[in-house]
Design a protein around this ligand. Structure first.
Ligand code: 2HA
Ligand code: ZN
Length: 282
């Protein structure tokens, strides 16, 4: 008998062979290496298509269910990959199954069904209220919305100690720091007051800002960025963080020149973007 006639083995995909798992492992490692996700800092959630999930996982097998403490009915039937609560971003690449989870919101919108990962009783990120409420609001604005990323971007956090927390002033300062900023986030950035993390209250406040903004700053804590892909949400945070870094490098020095508001308006026009009104002083 040849080996092929007895071979009934069906290869199971290794976690890192699953594209949406690999992408999460790659971005969490990248964010940890950037120094923005110390210890268990930061969390990510991405909307997945059912077809995409069903290609790699048995979507008929619910491992366990969780009861959210906030409303998720609008997300009924949707699939997500999320980071786990208390998990360290530096460890995701080596053990995706312990540090990430694939969830489905139950058809009645009352429960979360764990389909894969979050092994050994792990639970989704403590910031799930902010993530899920943000997904709901961003989907209203943009049906292509998919990703929410939270991290503790160093200079963005530092800037919230020394810059006034007025959204317009903060946005204008960021736009002035790097030429590309106004092109990348012409809608500006939202800021919520300092609040206790992990609560439905900060989740609601963040999601309310997300009706208008794709990025929201939590003073003395970090940032939330959203987008249609991990690249887009991460790119938005990277751009804001770069501007904040420049600010923290120059704010205490005498300036010899800067990008003027008329130049910023001209730039926006050249790139075909419309800056949020009332920010540039023209
Ligand atoms: O636990 O960043 O905001 C991770 C966090 C909480
Ligand atoms: Zn945080």
């Amino acid at each position: 008998m040849s080996p092929s006639s007895v071979n009934e083995y069906v290869a199971q995909p290794q976690p890192l062979d699953i594209p949406f798992v690999h992408e999460m492992a790659k971005i969490t490692l990248c964010m940890w290496r950037s120094g923005w996700d110390e210890r268990n800092g930061g969390n990510i959630s991405c909307i997945l298509e059912e077809q995409e999930v069903a290609r790699y996982l048995d979507i008929t097998q619910v491992q366990r269910t969780l009861e959210p403490t906030f409303p998720v009915a609008e997300l009924a039937g949707m699939y997500f990959i999320v980071t786990g609560s208390g998990k360290y971003f530096k460890n995701v690449m080596d053990d995706p199954e312990s540090n990430l989870g694939v969830l489905r919101v139950s058809a009645d919108g009352q429960r979360l069904e764990v389909l894969w990962g979050l092994s050994n009783g792990a639970v989704p990120t403590s910031e799930l209220p902010a993530h899920f409420m943000t997904h709901i609001e961003r989907l209203h604005v943009d049906p292509q919305h998919r990703v929410v990323i939270h991290n503790h971007a160093t200079h963005t956090l530092a800037m919230t100690f020394v810059h006034e927390l007025d959204e317009r002033q903060f946005t204008r300062t960021l736009w002035q720091m790097c030429t590309e900023c106004i092109v990348v986030f012409p809608d500006g950035i939202g800021i919520v007051p300092w609040m206790i993390p992990g609560t439905s209250e900060i989740g609601r406040a963040t999601a309310d800002k997300m009706k208008q903004y794709r990025a929201v700053i939590w003073p003395q804590h970090g940032i939330f960025g959203t987008g249609n892909s991990i690249d887009e949400a991460f790119g938005l945070i990277e751009t804001i963080e770069k501007a904040a870094q420049i600010y923290m490098l120059i704010a205490h020095l005498p300036l010899c020149q800067k990008i003027t508001d008329p130049q910023l308006a001209e730039l926006a026009k050249a790139f075909g973007v419309t800056p949020r009104t009332g920010i540039l002083q023209l």
